[in-house]
Every structure is written in structure tokens, then in C-alpha cells.
Design a binder for this molecule. Structure first.
Ligand code: 4AD
Ligand code: MG
Length: 468
């Protein structure tokens, strides 16, 4: 026992090191499988550091059946032994066990992941344990790699990471799909004289919600620090039960002073290519595993996006292409229509066969803050549309004119009491500026080749789903 304590643990990710061959190593992890006969037992051990398992070989002359009784799928072990080149097929190295400690057993009658090959739907019901499967281990490591790439990209380019509030009293996107935050007793609401809820008695003294976007505060940062990005959770109470919508998702929002819409498109394209390429280089084993299991074309698709220029096209021309395509869509296509995923994917997958940046949308279907074009009808918006995903990024150049922005806010009936601080950016030293929001889970979806957004976030929040 004393010996075990002084032996340093090697993670399985670090075990594939020629220098360790024929030395004694200590590994700890969870049992994936056990097989063998009365002479020898083989255990595949995984510790989450890599998709690869290390094979542990138990010589049954040194261990008894009783010693190994607790080794079933899901049990947690500490093994000390000699790392040797493997005799068997399928793995390069294995550990010949000398000492064994079982931390915790996992009753095979009860452990939900006892068998292999569960469906993704089944695993969603077991979200507390699914990170222990190969698929979710791979997805979560890729998710981490992409998050790291995002910080690295912006840090290398002089952007500052700005933390914007999660609790807010303004509705950035004006879509009204916000979760309310309150400490009022819902069974005994304080009322005003005209029988409305008296928010003066609520925690913040006024109505508050979870943010749908950090952009408005991001603009305050950009018009002081020059270039910022946010990376945090955002919340949308829209009842969209689709494979691409979550009620709680993570968004990355760069905002840059002095950038126009063209600079904004260049930044978005460079950024997304950088992240995908970083994952290809740094999460290779996991991407290869997912490609082999779910999506044979995955790696080719990722490389294609990195290597090709995105198409840049005004909305009006996009509508023309859709109208003239002769393709039957579920939702009608006409100038002024908000594009559905089927339209976006037609442009990307059928027509151009490349990612598309669609610009200059009708102002009616876009948010109040976007810069108005001279035509009086469109705004300087840009959506980046991706194969399999549809919209992955939404952004724009911002309206920097105080008068025009105020007029639009009034036209839309947005309450000024929520917006005075935002308008101050246009009143004091206003500058042209632009930014965008990347839906982080949509990027993870694209890079992992998974098809349901619930499978790329550890604990998905969707309508009627808040279990774990
Ligand atoms: O297009 P959206 O609504 O844009 C904004 O919120 C802007 N304030 C961003 C900005 O300019 N700073 O959202 C941005 C992206 C979408 O393109 C999409 O990828 C993702 O966020 N997104 C969602 N992802 C998952 N679930 C949802 N319900 C999402 N809604 C938007
Ligand atoms: Mg959008």
C-alpha cells in the first residue's frame, strides 16, 4: 500500500510514450470491458483523457477470481504494472498488472451503460452518465478544444475577453423570448393600484430577465477597448423543438470598433476556419472516431470548409435563386420572408455547394441595431450559412447614427427607459463598428458531425427538459 502512494499516476493520454515501455506505470480509470478465460483476464480501462483505452492483462496465477470480482463495466480501478508492447492484435501496448485497487464497483444489474451500442436518444435520458461513453467523451473533448481555439484566436489578435451580464433588463434581439428572473412570490404577487404586478417590490426594483445576447454590452466594451469578444451562456424561451435549438446555449460575440461589414465578414470567415482547423489538428483521434461511427464524410467536409472561400451574396439575390430553383419548399419564398433552414441549406448544399454569407436583409426581419442601407429597405446584416447546419453566425454592421437609431427604436416601440445607456454610445464619440454572434453548439455540431444539438452540450436545456 505504501508503494502505491508514492507512485505517480500516468493519464492514459500520456501512456503511449516510447520512454515508458518496459517501465512500471500506475493508471486509474473506469472499466469499459472485461473478457478472458481462467488463465488470463483482459480489462479495457479508460480515464477520459483520450478516446483510447489501455488494455490491462491479469495473469490468473497472480490474481484470484475473488480479487477481480468487482471488475465489471463501469467500476473504477487503480492498477500498477509493467507497460509492455502488446502481443495481441488491436492495441500497441498493454499493462501487465501487478497490483490492483478497486475504488468503486458498478453493479451490472443496475449500471445503465453495462451494454454497448445504446442509441443517442437513450443516452439523452442518462445525461449524467453519458460522458463515460466513447461518443460523448469524444464530443466533450472536441467541445473543449474548440473553446480553447476561440480564446486563442482572439487573444492572438488583440481582442479582450469581456464578461457581459447574464441578468439584464433589456431585450437585445427584440424577439421577446426571454426567461424572467424574479424573487417575487408567484402565489402572492404584489399589485399596483391598477392591478398590475408591482415590480418595484421585485429584487431589482424592475422586471429582469436572462440575457438572449451579450451584444449591447459588448458594444460598450468595443467602443472603449477597440476589440472585444464575449463567450458565455445565453437563454431563449422560444418553443423551438428542433435539432438546432437549445433554450440555454453558448454564444461567442466579437465586436470591433471601426470595422465595417466587409471587415466583419473577413473576421467571421477567418475565425470559423481557424477554429475548425485547430480542431482538425488537435482533436484528431476524437474526430476520426466520430467520423468512423457516424459520418464517413466528416473530415472531408471540415477540410473543404477550411480550404474554400465562402460565397458572399445579398439576400435579394439569394431569394431570386430560391424562386428560380423550381425546388418545392415547405415554407414559401418571397422577398421579405425570413429564411428557413431548408432555404439556407438549399443555397449552401445544392446551389453553391459552399458556405454562404448572406447580406443586406430586409430591415423588418432583422434587429433594431443594424445599420440601415441607403435603399431604405435593407440593413447591413450578415448571416453565415453552413452545410448541415444552416445559420451558424448572425451579425451586422451597427447603426452608428444617433438620429437614425433613435428613430428606429421609436418606430419599433422599444421602451426608451431600457435603451438610454445604449444610445449614449452614439451620443458620445460614436464610431462605425460591427460584430457577430457564433452559436457555439452549432459549431460543435458541425465539427463533430452529430445531428442533434442536444448531443453536443453536457446538459441540454430544451422545452420540458431540465432534469440534470
Ligand atoms: O442570430 P442571433 O440571434 O444573433 C444575435 O444574438 C446577435 N446579437 C449576435 C451579434 O451580432 N453579436 O444569434 C447568433 C447565433 C445564431 O447564428 C445561431 O448560431 C445561434 O446564435 N443561436 C442558437 N443556437 C442554439 N440554440 C438557439 N436557440 C439559438 N439561437 C441562436
Ligand atoms: Mg440570427
Amino acid at each position: 500500500m505504501k508503494y502505491k502512494l508514492i507512485m505517480k499516476r500516468t493519464t492514459i493520454a500520456n501512456i503511449w510514450d516510447p520512454k515508458l515501455i518496459n517501465t512500471q506505470v500506475s493508471v486509474k480509470g473506469w472499466v469499459r470491458t472485461r473478457r478472458g478465460n481462467k488463465h488470463v483476464q483482459f480489462v479495457a480501462l479508460n480515464d477520459g483523457s483520450t478516446i483510447k483505452n489501455i488494455q490491462i492483462v491479469f495473469d490468473m496465477e497472480k490474481f484470484s477470481d475473488e480479487d477481480l470480482k468487482g471488475i465489471t463495466t463501469g467500476a473504477s480501478l487503480h492498477v500498477i504494472g509493467q507497460l509492455v508492447e502488446s502481443q495481441g492484435k488491436g492495441q500497441t501496448e498493454e499493462i501487465q498488472a501487478e497490483k490492483l485497487e478497486i475504488y468503486g464497483t458498478a453493479n451490472p444489474e443496475e449500471y445503465p451503460l453495462q451494454k454497448k451500442g445504446h442509441t443517442l436518444e437513450f443516452l439523452r435520458e442518462k445525461a449524467h452518465l453519458r460522458p463515460r461513453t466513447n461518443t460523448f467523451g469524444a464530443v466533450l473533448r472536441i467541445r473543449h478544444t474548440l473553446a480553447f481555439a476561440i480564446h486563442k484566436f482572439f487573444n492572438e489578435r488583440g481582442f479582450f475577453y469581456l464578461n457581459t451580464p447574464l441578468i439584464t433588463s433589456s431585450d437585445c434581439e427584440g424577439a421577446g423570448a426571454m426567461f424572467q428572473v424574479t424573487t417575487l412570490d408567484l402565489n402572492n404577487l404584489p399589485k399596483t393600484e391598477d392591478n398590475k404586478v408591482n415590480y418595484a417590490e421585485d429584487f431589482f426594483g424592475k422586471p429582469a430577465s436572462l440575457t438572449v445576447s451579450g451584444q449591447l454590452e459588448g458594444e460598450l466594451g468595443a467602443t472603449a477597448l477597440g476589440a472585444i469578444y464575449t463567450f458565455g451562456p445565453t437563454f431563449r424561451a422560444e418553443n423551438s423543438n428542433t435539432p438546432r435549438h437549445l433554450s440555454e446555449f453558448w454564444m461567442v460575440e466579437p465586436e470591433v470598433a471601426f470595422n465595417d461589414i466587409k471587415d466583419n465578414m473577413d473576421l467571421a470567415e477567418e475565425f470559423i476556419k481557424y477554429c475548425i482547423n485547430y480542431a482538425l489538428e488537435n482533436a484528431k483521434d476524437d474526430i476520426e472516431f466520430l467520423a468512423s461511427m457516424y459520418d464517413k464524410d466528416l473530415i472531408e467536409r471540415l477540410k473543404f470548409v477550411v480550404e474554400n472561400e465562402f460565397i458572399r451574396l445579398p439576400y435579394t439575390e439569394g431569394i431570386k435563386i430560391l424562386e428560380e430553383s423550381g425546388h418545392k419548399f415547405d415554407y414559401p419564398v418571397y422577398w421579405g420572408a425570413d429564411l428557413q433552414s431548408e432555404h439556407e441549406r438549399f443555397l449552401v448544399e445544392e446551389h453553391f455547394k459552399k458556405p454562404v454569407i448572406l447580406t443586406d436583409y430586409p430591415k423588418e426581419i432583422k434587429a433594431f441595431y443594424m445599420k440601415q442601407n441607403e435603399d431604405g429597405k435593407t440593413v447591413r446584416a450578415m448571416d453565415v450559412l453552413f452545410p448541415k447546419i444552416g445559420e451558424i453566425i448572425g451579425g451586422s454592421e451597427r447603426e452608428e447614427s444617433y438620429e437614425k437609431l433613435l428613430a428606429r427604436i421609436e418606430e419599433l416601440g422599444i421602451p426608451m427607459k431600457d435603451m438610454w445607456w445604449y444610445l449614449d454610445t452614439r451620443k458620445f464619440g460614436t464610431v462605425p463598428h460591427s460584430g457577430f454572434g457564433l452559436g457555439f453548439e452549432r459549431l460543435v455540431l458541425f465539427v463533430t458531425g452529430m445531428t442533434n444539438i442536444r448531443d453536443v452540450i453536457p446538459f441540454p436545456r430544451t422545452p420540458n427538459n431540465c432534469e440534470f
